[in-house]
Design a protein around this ligand. Structure first.
Ligand SMILES: [Zn+2]
Length: 439
């Protein structure tokens, strides 16, 4: 099926990084066949179905480098007991109770809700991190099914930790990694681990062995809170990144999430091993854990991407949060204007390329047809030269109208087509209170 997405402003991003007024993106099946002037494309592809994008801007679909679909039903929940006063208490009183209470249907619905929100926000690719200790076996299949039904792309893993029993979750990762193999461009697999402070050397070594044999990376939270660093120093006489590097978790395929409490020598390890870091500014602020030294990491050449950590599926909001946070943190209004969009637009594409073997995040001939088409009538001139200003101060608050992934229209005119939004939300409202009672 060939479709012309025409008459809008096209911002290609990627290497060419062009802004075309009255442009057209032509998809043919799962890929982009051509990009150019709308009239010219009508001539070249007269038989294609036309989707009018007048009054809109056509961007590549957004990529989220760290998400937790399973966190959905925490919304509006009152965790039992006293409010958590620190990060470890947040885990113990909220997340480690919630994940244990998830049933198989909860897992499916908990994935469908954020997948709908991804479609609503033009987020077409997600790297997720899942936990459901009472329902481990097959849990990643349930999420895979939800992702395929939604029509999006996702890299999935199960978070291994010793908190319930030694090596809990290894078998589910191993099974899923074997099943998915190198992936089909829509679903990919990683070896998931919770964090340094919840895995023993033995557990971590087992995970690394499986990941190495399969040629996949490890996806793990690293030094999110000072407690993770203190634990590694107390138990192993070295800080977190150093410990994980010694155990073999670092590498080009691996994703170290957060890296808030790391020192200079640990940053050097991340750079030397080409390990990706994913920054989640909203989540770090929500958990009050501290501020990642983003500018230093980038200066050292570490590949830093952007995630939502389950806070939302709106990647432009995460980008602007990063922009604001690092300007304030550095007390310097000259920084983060380039860096915050770079995390989302370029670095997430690099990270996803390592997971999916596809160049996402750009509109160019031959690239996957993944698009976010957003209502936007620029109030000032818009070109390649000032695109970032429009992104940070305009597009971030604009509404996504149409979302396309693998050449399929998943939302059009703000109506989600691939999933029944009303039915799924209603079912989630039935399931959530039952799950809360099991906490
Ligand atoms: Zn996380």
């Amino acid at each position: 099926m060939t479709i012309r997405f025409e008459n809008g402003i096209v911002a290609t991003l990627g290497q060419e990084n062009r802004v075309l007024w009255n442009g057209s993106v032509v998809s043919d099946g799962e890929h982009i066949a051509a990009v150019g002037d709308a009239a010219e494309m009508r001539e070249r592809f007269p038989a294609a179905e036309a989707v009018d994008c007048a009054g809109k801007i056509v961007l590549p679909g957004f990529l989220c480098a760290h998400h937790h679909f399973y966190s959905t039903m925490a919304r509006g929940m009152a965790p039992p007991g006293e409010p958590a006063s620190n990060f470890v208490e947040i885990l113990e009183r909220l997340w480690w109770k919630l994940d244990k209470a998830l049933s198989d249907e909860d897992i499916t619905v908990s994935a469908q809700i954020p997948l709908i929100e991804c479609i609503r926000n033009g987020t077409t690719t997600i790297i997720d991190h899942h936990a459901s200790p009472s329902m481990r076996a097959g849990s990643l299949d349930l999420i895979e099914n939800a992702v395929r039904q939604a029509g999006l792309r996702a890299s999935l893993c199960y978070e291994v930790s010793d908190r319930n029993e030694p090596g809990g979750g290894i078998a589910e990762n191993e099974r899923f990694i074997k099943k998915v193999g190198k992936g089909d461009g829509q679903i990919a697999a990683m070896m998931g681990l919770h964090a340094s402070f919840t895995v023993s050397d033995e557990t971590a070594e087992k995970c690394v062995g499986i990941a190495r044999d399969a040629g996949v990376g490890c996806h793990i939270h690293v030094a999110e809170d000072a407690a993770d660093r203190e634990d590694a120093i107390a138990k192993y006489s070295m800080p977190t990144v150093k410990r994980l590097d010694k155990l073999g978790l670092t590498g080009e395929q691996s994703i170290f999430v957060h890296c808030v409490h790391i020192d200079d020598s640990e940053m050097d390890i991340l750079a030397a091993t080409k390990t990706s870091v994913v920054h989640n500014p909203e989540s770090n602020m929500n958990n009050a854990v501290g501020v990642t030294k983003l500018l230093e990491l980038l200066r050292k050449g570490v590949l830093v991407g952007l995630g939502s950590d389950g806070m939302s599926s709106d990647m432009l909001a995460q980008m602007r949060c990063a922009y604001l946070l690092h300007r304030l943190d550095n007390r310097d209004p000259r920084v983060a204007f380039v860096e915050a969009p770079q995390l989302l637009l370029r670095n997430n594409a690099d990270i996803c390329e390592r997971q999916f073997g596809l160049r996402l995040g750009e509109i160019a001939q031959g690239r996957p047809a993944d698009l976010a088409i957003i209502d936007y009538r620029p109030p000032t001139p818009l070109s390649e030269a000032n695109f970032l200003g429009h992104l940070i101060f305009g597009l971030v608050d604009a509404t996504v109208d149409t979302t396309v992934c693998k050449g399929k229209i998943l939302m059009k005119g703000k109506k989600v087509l691939s999933l029944d939004e009303e039915r799924i939300a209603a079912r989630s409202r039935e399931l959530a209170p039952r799950m809360w009672k099991r906490l």
